[in-house]
Design a protein around this ligand. Structure first.
Ligand SMILES: [Zn+2]
Ligand SMILES: [Zn+2]
Length: 307
């Protein structure tokens, strides 16, 4: 995977506000365009932020209305644009039943096939250079978070060492980088292990969806480059967070701290914090020392490959 870029389409909980739309996030991963949740109005945000419409898969965290009603209009737009390639929609049960209803609502017929797949805790979708894995989380209804994890990449190629061993620069370099051994013009065999450094860890991003802080998510987030965690409430709304199975910003910070992630982004803000998220930020920072920010609609993050 070369490119890993995320764009927040919506960062508000439950209801849209003037500044924040409902949940939705676009991820450009290598050549794929993925959509995570699709709240009402997501397609307009995609136009606004120029993410492109040609999505390869859609992943839903759960089926509260603010996370999936946007798929109804979005699929129709894709149809009007002449899409023919199939699209798979993933989500926790009862994804098949609910998405089937949403997709076939009304009288329009889609011009392309839509498939539904349910993902349970630990199940993953292999996309070649990376995987998307579902993590069961703790919300009022069946819900998952997602771990997007790049495969381990080969170690760094030591050009000087290869030349010193008599490997001519050119195609032989590529063969070694792909894990093949080569024979030098003088007849000596050089193996990849002689010229490649240790394998490099892939990038890892975690999306919590709606949840109470939970152990499964801490474990799944271990060492992630980025944790995107919901922070619906502040400290003084702690009881409400428990009742509605959401997290406070401080609790999101606690998950980031326990999982030792590199970076934390808070999203899914209740309307009370809409224009003044400073309190949420301060409370999350009290629990987590790493870089922490509050998402806003249109925020785009590019994660560079690890060295
Ligand atoms: Zn929600
Ligand atoms: Zn929810």
């Amino acid at each position: 995977m070369s490119i890993l870029r995320l764009t927040f389409l919506g960062t508000s909980a439950a209801q849209p506000t003037i500044h924040r739309n409902l949940s939705g996030l676009v991820m450009k991963a290598d050549t794929d365009l993925l959509l995570f949740d699709c709240g009402e109005g997501s397609q307009r945000q995609m136009v606004r932020f120029g993410t492109g419409f040609n999505v390869d898969a859609v992943f839903f965290t759960h089926f509260h209305a603010d996370h999936y009603l946007g798929i109804i209009g979005f699929l129709r737009t894709l149809g009007m644009n002449g899409r023919e390639q199939p699209l798979t929609l993933y989500g926790p049960p009862p994804a098949k039943r609910l998405l089937n209803q949403a997709v076939h609502l009304g009288i329009d017929r889609l011009s392309f096939p839509v498939h539904f797949e349910e993902l349970r805790h630990g199940e993953e979708v292999n996309r070649g250079t990376y995987v998307v894995r579902a993590v069961g989380v703790d919300h009022r209804v069946s819900a998952v978070g997602y771990v997007i994890e790049e495969q381990e990449r080969p170690g760094r190629f030591d050009v000087k060492r290869a030349l010193a061993l008599g490997v001519p620069s050119g195609p032989a370099f590529g063969q070694l980088q792909r894990g093949e051994q080569v024979t030098t013009p003088s007849g000596k065999v050089v193996t990849p292990a002689e010229v490649l450094g240790p394998p490099r860890a892939g990038r890892k991003v975690v999306i919590s969806g709606d949840t109470r802080p939970c152990r499964a998510l801490v474990e799944a987030s271990a060492g992630a480059d980025l944790l995107i965690h919901e922070a619906t409430f502040s400290d003084d709304e702690q009881e409400r967070a428990k009742e509605t199975r959401h997290s406070t910003a401080r609790e999101a910070g606690g998950v980031a701290r326990d999982a030792r992630v590199e970076r934390l982004i808070l999203t899914h803000l209740s309307s009370r914090h809409d224009t003044e998220p400073g309190r949420l930020l301060a409370q999350a920072r009290a629990a987590f020392e790493g870089p922490t920010e509050v998402a806003y609609d249109g925020l785009t993050i590019e994660l560079l490959p690890r060295d």
